[in-house]
Design a protein around this ligand. Sequence first.
Ligand SMILES: [Zn+2]
Length: 167
Amino acid sequence: MTTTATVTNTAADQIGAAGALMAILTAHTDLPAPTIQLQQFFEPATDIPVGTWGVKLSLHRSLTAFEQWREALDMDPTSIDSAEYNASRWLSVYGTRHGVPVELIGYYDLPKPAAAREEPAMDTCYFCDESKPDIEVRTDPFTQDVCNEEWIVPICAECYQTRCDDI
Ligand SMILES: [Zn+2]
């Protein structure tokens, strides 16, 4: 018995994936809402038939949401792949849940390079968008620490502290 693509491809073939999706959502009702797709999976690295319908969950807002879902679905962190295309970057991880393939995708942005950024208004905090007397134009501590990149930007004292705390 070989695991080749099913010749028939009808709505009936999607029922397993739809059921798995319901089970996944029902078990994790508090997690951030993902973008949901049912799709056929053709990756060979699985013991289920090629072309099986499965579930793809995409998180667009933050990698925090991706990580929450990864943990909830118990996806192996060592098998996370990263990819980029043009300005888009994303992480993905793949597994089998409720008998169907499940793929989790987390899209994220890197800060733009300094030259590509618009000149910020120097009297407005870049992060809270407010004009405050304690704004200083200085290196963003978070970007420097996390991306090892110097990003000089007007920051109010409160946002500066928040950016430091986030490191
Ligand atoms: Zn601020």
